[in-house]
Design a binder for this molecule. Structure first.
Ligand code: HEM
Length: 216
């Protein structure tokens, strides 16, 4: 039987392709959208990471979610620096979630409060993605909008505390393989991971509607 880390990756593969090739992502990474679209996207990430990381302290001692909670992953301080750069010092006052973002953050909070294994699904979907494809997004963003390499605007993608992302991802997969859950619960985690991908795709859909290419 495949390991749990392989199972969760394989099970979400199709939705990964869908998210990756969404119109908004394709346009953003294809250099067809302005920096405003990138800023709006970064704002949406703020709501998602606020939900993920507000719960981190409490979940650190949880037997299931606890091992995944690592200070070197925390993204909120970097996101806030990026937003200050992108939007200016008043960034917080102008920050608004899309309806899809609100739904996504609400589901993360719900899992964090009621179902730590479900929180792990959301944790995996975001942080392992950021450590992987996030690096591609950073490179494109630097090139397209002229951010300093690994500097303000793209700090969200820079994990200062992780010297070797490949090794970190290997260890993370080992944590997944050792997750304290029976087979049925593992199936539920996989289903939640798919839901997490769908929530991300819905945010891209909302952003795509706000930034149609004809208006870019
Ligand atoms: C254009 C956007 C994206 C690109 C180019 C991209 C690219 C990649 C690449 C190349 C990997 C493989 C890394 C490896 O094997 O070590 C990866 C893994 C991953 N990506 Fe993405 N990705 C994108 C968007 C997303 C989104 C929107 C999500 C979900 C929010 C996501 C979640 C993940 C996850 C969870 C993994 C880890 C899979 C695993 O090894 O278990 N990605 N991505």
């Amino acid at each position: 039987m495949d390991s749990f880390s392989t199972l969760i990756r394989t099970a979400s593969h199709e939705q990964h392709v869908e998210a990756e090739t969404s119109t908004f992502m394709s346009d953003l990474l294809g250099g067809r959208l302005g920096v405003d679209a990138y800023a709006r996207y970064t704002e949406q990430l703020w709501f998602v990471y606020e939900a993920l990381e507000a719960a981190a302290g409490r979940l650190a001692s949880d037997p299931v979610a606890g091992p995944f909670v690592r200070p070197e992953l925390l993204r909120l301080p970097s996101l806030e620096r990026d937003l200050a750069h992108l939007r200016g010092p008043g960034w917080r006052a102008a920050l608004t979630p899309l309806p899809a973002t609100e739904a996504y953050a609400a589901r993360v909070r719900e899992c964090a409060e009621e179902w730590p294994a479900g929180y792990v699904a959301h944790h995996y979907t975001r942080y392992l993605g950021d450590l992987s494809g996030g690096q591609i997004i950073r490179g494109k963003a630097e090139k397209t909008w002229g951010f300093e390499r690994k500097g303000d605007g793209v700090r969200f993608y820079v994990f200062e505390g992780i010297a070797n992302p490949a090794a970190f991802k290997r260890e993370y997969r080992e944590l997944l393989d050792g997750v304290r859950a029976d087979d049925l619960e593992k199936q539920r985690i996989v289903a939640e991971c798919k839901r997490a991908f769908a929530l991300n795709t819905a945010v891209f859909q909302g952003l795509g509607e706000e930034f149609p290419l004809s208006a870019a």
